[in-house]
Design a protein around this ligand. Sequence first.
Ligand SMILES: [Zn+2]
Ligand SMILES: [Zn+2]
Length: 482
Amino acid sequence: MAPEVAKFLNPPLCANSQRTVDDKLLPCENEAPFVCSGCQFVQYCSTECQQSDRKHHKVNCKSAFMTGTWVPAWLKDKRKPAFVDAPDTKIKTYGPQNDRQLSRHQHCFQAAHNGGTDRIVNQVLNLLFAASGDIGNIVKTVRRLPKEYQGNCTMVCNDNDFQVNGRNVILLMTVLHFEPEVSTPIMIHLWMFNPEQVDIRDRNTLAFDPAQRETLVNFRRTGVLLPFGCSTKEFTVPNPWPLGWMVNPLHGWDEPDYMKHAQVAKADHYGALFFFLRSTLQEFCVLIRNMNIKFRVYNRDASTLPQVEKLQFDRIEISSLCDESYWGPETAIRTFGPMLKSKHENPSATLLFLFLSSAVNEMEKLDFEGQMHAFPLSRKKILWELLSVTPGKLNSLEKHEPQSVAMAQCSVMLFNFDRLFQPMHRRVIRSALENGLRIKNKHTIVKPWPWSIFDSSTKDEFNMMRRHSRSGAERYMELQLA
Ligand SMILES: [Zn+2]
Ligand SMILES: [Zn+2]
């Protein structure tokens, strides 16, 4: 591989990126086994490099975040936060709309639940992503196929957002056209570019510890996903497909998974994500090139898919089209039920639903008393404890004080969503019955409530949910032909 390309796959980690030689910017390219003990998020090759980079690094190593004197920008500027007028519960982004999906994408296939690896090695597999959003679900799904899979697989992806599709097509063509070592960094930077919106950034960092906050802010400043100390000198052309500003690239992946990839700089979350994606995408690129996978991409209203797509599918993933705020489950079942493979062809053919807002909508219909009923008091104590708020002090907090914002953001996590979801659950059962489907007795792809908070949840788990913008109201449902 040409050295100028290799640099993107293996970016030099020595944080002496501002080094000048003969008045020319020449970032150090040595191996960097030492970590700055002050912050734990940059690495150096030597004490010489660390010393020569001191002035530059001090800004980050001793920033307001790191010294504990940080307050959100809206508080510092004594103004109302921007998200008060643009609540992120409504889809409103500068980038492609469906980037919200990034935080929920799921693999939709588990070999183990399809009669085991042996059975599916040569099987024809048809997978439909009816409202696919970004290609995270495709990446995750391909990696779940058995390595020795030799069957013919067709992945049909649809999204009615032209920008989202444009980016997906280019990402997939990149994989098919270039060697994995070249396509991997192209994919990372084409996909994960994410410019800044200050208030959303600050609100999202409320659940972060100081070093995590500093690394997020640094990432948002450049928009480029790289380990903290890396030079961004080569990144001179803005990406035409930025992620929406609500989106945080960390959201789509599980924190314990990517943190395992952290190098010596253990506090660098975005660096860890870079290394995690590098290995995940490289594996994905190799698999795609070795397997018989065909892609078909549509840019249309999902309700018209049955008119153009004549395949029958093993898996149909429709994201949250089934939610009350979109089609409701009845239309979703009528539209996609007939597209499943027959029981004879594949007894475990599954239609996967995700409800994001149904339980929350039910909660919003309740009056104060009803809400208190659906919000077990025992859990209120958990919230106070987890946020380190004393009940007495709560009323005296200013409305936009970080703790009040966090309270508003978090209290929703503690509702008993299972109860609030009952009316929707009944609607799905009824409609499934009328259309020859049924809810699977036991989920085989994803748990019904993958992100709920339990009375036994720890502060760490709770903060992880906050960092990943999960509310606990996400409800998955798996349906099959009756
Ligand atoms: Zn440092
Ligand atoms: Zn160096």
